[in-house]
Write a protein that binds this ligand. Structure first.
Ligand code: T1G
Length: 699
C-alpha cells in the first residue's frame, strides 16, 4: 500500500491510492479532544478537495478506536469544532466515508461510525454508547442515527443500558455492515473502494423501521424501571422517540439541548467524578516506581463462600490456584461450591462449559499446607477469629517460600496484631474481598504497619490482574467500608429508638438510591454476623457511647433474618413484610429509655445518614487510613451500594455543603457519643470555605 501522508495534530491523513485513510492517534483511548476534532475536520476538508481521492476510511491507531469524547473536557467551556457539527460534516461528505472500528468504539467513537456511510468492525471489536453511565446521553447524533440503523427498541436498549455490543451482534442489528475476520484496514479499504461512484447512503436519509409496539413498550418500561432515580435514561427514551418524528438535524437540536442540561446536572458531575475516581485509586502514594513481585501461583486457605468466590476470581484471571481445606469432606464441599459458581455463569451465558473445564483445570485441591511450598501469594479466608488467623499465618510462614506474600481476607480484624509475632511481617497485607468475590468489583487492600512497599505494590498489581477496583487503606476496625457502615447502621438504630421503624428508614434510603436499606440488608446477610462483632466489641464500648440493643434482642430470640424467616422483618412466601412484633419491641425499648417517639421524615433520615458517612469518611482521611476522599467514595459506591449518581458520600458532602453537613451533625454531638463528634478536619475545611475534593489533589 503506497502512501503519501500529512498530519494535523493527532490526526494523520494517509493516501492509499484512490482511498484516503484518516488515522486518529491520541493515546490512551483516542478520545475526541479538541485537537482530534480539529484534525478530523481538516482531513475531511482536504479529502473533499482532492480529486484523486474517491473515498475515505476513518480508523485509529493503538489498542482501540475512539472510546468517546474527552470526558475531562466536560463542564468546561466547549471548544470548536463541536462534535455534533463535525459528524454532520462527515455525513454530508460527497465521497463515501467508511469507519474501521476496533477495540471499544464507544460514545463519540460509535457516533462517528453512525454518521459514516458504512461501518466495518474488527471481529473482536465492540461498540457502545455508555454515556448514560456518565449521566449523559449520546450527544453527537447517536439518539437520532442509531434508531435509524438498529430500530427504536434496540437503540433504546443499547443507549439506556450503556452495554457493550460485540461485533457480530452489531452486524445482526444492522449497525455494522461488515465484520472483518482478517485485517480490519484491508476490509475497510475494500469496502470504501466498492462504494466509489455509488449513490451515498446516509443514515439521516433512512427512516426508523416500524416495529412491534408491544416489544417497544417493554423495552421502554424496562429502561424506565432500571433508571432508579437517574434522569439520563429517561431523557434517552424521550430523544430516541424523536427519531421517528423528526429529521436528524431537528432531532439533534433537541438532543443537544438535553445533552447540555445533563452535562450541567449534579448526577452527571457525580458519575464523572466516579469515573475518574475509580481510575485515580490505582495511583497509590509511596509505591511509585516500586516493582511488584510476580504472582504466577496462588494459594487459598478455606473454601467457604468467600474462599470459593476468591478462587473463581483468581482462576478467571488465568492464574493456577491451590485450595486448602481442613478435611476431605470440606474440600469436596469447596470443590462443589466453586463448580456451582461456574455452573451459574454458564446458565447466564457468560461462559461456556469448555471455559469452565479449562479454568477448573488450573485448580488443585489439598488438605496439606506443604502443597503451597511454591506459591507466590497465599490468601486466607478462614473463620473470622484472631487466634485462628494468627496461628494459621504462623503455619503458612513455615510452609511457604521466604518471599511468599501472606494475605488475609479479614473484614475487620487488626492485621498489625495478626502479623505481630511472625518472622516476616513485611510480607503480610490485607486483601479484603466482597461477597460474591468473583462478582464484586471492589477490593480493599490493607497496608499493615510493617507491610513492605513491594508487597503493597504486588497487592495493587494483583488487584488489577483480577480486574478489581482496588483501594488501598490502612489498618483500623472495619477498614474504610465496614467502619463507615458501622456508624451508618448505628445512626439508623438511633432513629429507630427516636421514632422511626425499619421500613421507614429502608424506604427513605432506597428512595435516596441505595439498592436496599440497612435493615433489609442485615436480614439478607444474617443478623448473627454483626451480633458476633458487637459482642466482641462490647467490653471496649465506652459508657458514654450511645448503644441501641434492639438488634441484640432480635438475635436472642433467634431472629437472624431471611434464613430464619424473621429478623427486622418477617418473610412470608419470600415477601418482606413489616413485623408488628418488632415494632412492639422497638416501642417498648423507647419507652424503657424514656424516649418520646416523634415522626422522623425521609429527608431527615437521608440527611443524618449522609452527614454520618461524610463525618466518618473525613476522620478516615484525616487519620491517613484512606489516602483521599475519593478513595472513600469508590469504596462505598463499589462495595456498599452507595448510588454512583450521587458520587459517594464525600462528593455528596461537597454538593450539599460542609456547613450544612456540620449543621446536621450538631445535634449528634454529646447525644450520640464520642464516635459521632464532628471531625476536626471537617470543621477546619468548612471554616475555610473549602471542600473535601481539595484533599483529592493534595500531595
Ligand atoms: N475521556 C478522557 N479520558 C479517558 C476516556 C475518555 N472518554 N476514556 C478513558 N480515559 C482515560 C482514563 O481516565 C485512563 O486515564 C486511561 O484513559 C485509560 O482508561 C459526544 C458525550 C475505553 C473501556 O464513557 O470505559 O462520548 O487513569 O483505565 O480499563 O456522545 O476507559 O490512565 O490517567 O479505563 O482499558 C463516552 C469511557 C464518553 C468510555 C478502556 N465514552 N472509557 O478501559 O482503561 S462521553 C465512555 C472507558 C461521549 C458523546 C459523548 C474505558 C475503556 P489514566 P482505563 P481500560
Amino acid at each position: 500500500m503506497s502512501s503519501t501522508q500529512t498530519q494535523s495534530g493527532p490526526v494523520r491523513l494517509i493516501a492509499c491510492g484512490d482511498v484516503a485513510l484518516i488515522e486518529i492517534d491520541n493515546p490512551p483511548v483516542n478520545a475526541t479532544s479538541q485537537a482530534v476534532r480539529a484534525g478530523l475536520e481538516a482531513a475531511i476538508e482536504q479529502v473533499e478537495a482532492d480529486e484523486t481521492i474517491g473515498a475515505v476510511v476513518i480508523a485509529a491507531a493503538g489498542r482501540t478506536f475512539v472510546a468517546g469524547a474527552d470526558i475531562s473536557e466536560f463542564g468546561k467551556p466547549p471548544l470548536a469544532p463541536y462534535l455534533p457539527a463535525l459528524l454532520n460534516r462527515i455525513e454530508a461528505c460527497r465521497k463515501p466515508v467508511v469507519v474501521a472500528w476496533h477495540g471499544t468504539a464507544l460514545g463519540g467513537g460509535c457516533e462517528i461510525g453512525l454518521a459514516a456511510h458504512a461501518r466495518v468492525i474488527d471481529a473482536r471489536g465492540m461498540i457502545g454508547l455508555p454515556e448514560v453511565k456518565l449521566g449523559l446521553l449520546p450527544g453527537a447524533g447517536g439518539t437520532q442515527r442509531l434508531p435509524r440503523l438498529a430500530g427504536l427498541a434496540n437503540a433504546i436498549d443499547i443507549m439506556a443500558s450503556g452495554r457493550m455490543v460485540p461485533a457480530r451482534e452489531a452486524r445482526s442489528l444492522g449497525i455494522a455492515d461488515v465484520v472483518a475476520e482478517g485485517d480490519l484496514r484491508d476490509a475497510a479499504l475494500d469496502k470504501a473502494r466498492s462504494l466509489i461512484g455509488q449513490p451515498i447512503r446516509r443514515t439521516a436519509d433512512r427512516d426508523v423501521a416500524a416495529e412491534d409496539p408491544q416489544a417497544l413498550a417493554e423495552v421502554e418500561a424496562k429502561a424506565a424501571r432500571d433508571a432508579r432515580g437517574r434522569i439520563a435514561p429517561l431523557k434517552i427514551i424521550e430523544m430516541a422517540r424523536l427519531a421517528t418524528l423528526l429529521p436528524v438535524a431537528e432531532g439533534m437540536a433537541f438532543e443537544r439541548k438535553a445533552f447540555l442540561e445533563l452535562v450541567g446536572s449534579a448526577q452527571s458531575r457525580a458519575l464523572r467524578h466516579a469515573f475518574f475516581a475509580e481510575r485515580e485509586v490505582a495511583k497509590v502514594r509511596g509505591i511509585g516506581g516500586v516493582v511488584a513481585r510476580p504472582v504466577r501461583s496462588v494459594g487459598i486457605i478455606g473454601a467457604g463462600t468467600m474462599g470459593a468466590g476468591i478462587a473463581v476470581a483468581v482462576l478467571d484471571a488465568g492464574l493456577p490456584v491451590t485450595i486448602i481445606e481442613t478435611s476431605d469432606e470440606a474440600l469436596t464441599r469447596g470443590r462443589d461450591r466453586i463448580s456451582g459458581l461456574y455452573d451459574r455463569s454458564i446458565r447466564s451465558g457468560r461462559i461456556t462449559p469448555e471455559t469452565k473445564a479449562a479454568r477448573l483445570g488450573k485448580a488443585t485441591f489439598s488438605t496439606d499446607l506443604a502443597s503451597l511450598g511454591e506459591a507466590d501469594l497465599v490468601i486466607e479466608a478462614v473463620f473470622e477469629d484472631m487466634a485462628v488467623k494468627k496461628q494459621l499465618l504462623a503455619r503458612l510462614e513455615a510452609a511457604t517460600r521466604a518471599d511468599a506474600i501472606l494475605a488475609t481476607n479479614t473484614s475487620y480484624l487488626d492485621i498489625n496484631e495478626m502479623a505481630a509475632g511472625l518472622e516476616r511481617p513485611q510480607n503480610v497485607l490485607g486483601l479484603h474481598f466482597f461477597s460474591p468475590a468473583n462478582v464484586m468489583k471492589l477490593l480493599e487492600i490493607v497496608k499493615a504497619d510493617r507491610t513492605a512497599p513491594e508487597v503493597l505494590a504486588t497487592g495493587v498489581a494483583f488487584g488489577k490482574t483480577l480486574k478489581k477496583i482496588a483501594v488501598v487503606c490502612g489498618v483500623c476496625d472495619g477498614f474504610i467500608g465496614n467502619r463507615i457502615m458501622a456508624r451508618y447502621r448505628a445512626q439508623c438504630e438511633f432513629m429507630l429508638e427516636e421514632g422511626a421503624l425499619p421500613q421507614d428508614i429502608d424506604g427513605a434510603l432506597e428512595a435516596y438510591g441505595f439498592p436496599m436499606g440497612p435493615f433489609a440488608v442485615q436480614d439478607l446477610a444474617g443478623l448473627e454476623i454483626s451480633w458476633a462483632r458487637r459482642k466482641r466489641l462490647a467490653p471496649t464500648r465506652g459508657p458514654d457511647e450511645r448503644y441501641v440493643p434492639v438488634a441484640d434482642r432480635l438475635c436472642e430470640q433467634g431472629r437472624f433474618g431471611q434464613k430464619t424467616g424473621r429478623g427486622w422483618y418477617r418473610y412470608v412466601d419470600g415477601k418482606r413484610l413489616p413485623d408488628p412484633e418488632v415494632e412492639a419491641l422497638i416501642l417498648a425499648h423507647s419507652a424503657a429509655r424514656g424516649i418520646t417517639r416523634r415522626r422522623i421524615d425521609a429527608e431527615e433520615i437521608q440527611q443524618r445518614v449522609v452527614a454520618t458517612m461524610v463525618n466518618e469518611g473525613t476522620k478516615i482521611v484525616a487519620e491517613g487510613i484512606a489516602q483521599r476522599p475519593l478513595d472513600v467514595d469508590v469504596v462505598l459506591m463499589n462495595g456498599y451500594g452507595y448510588p454512583a449518581w450521587r458520587g459517594g458520600p464525600m462528593h455528596e458532602g461537597d454538593r450539599i455543603g460542609l456547613p450544612a453537613i456540620l449543621k446536621v451533625l450538631k445535634p449528634m454531638q454529646g447525644r450520640d457519643g464520642p464516635g459521632f463528634e464532628a471531625s476536626q478536619l471537617l470543621i477546619e475545611i468548612a471554616a475555610e470555605g473549602g471542600s473535601l475534593a481539595q484533599l483529592n489533589t493534595r500531595g
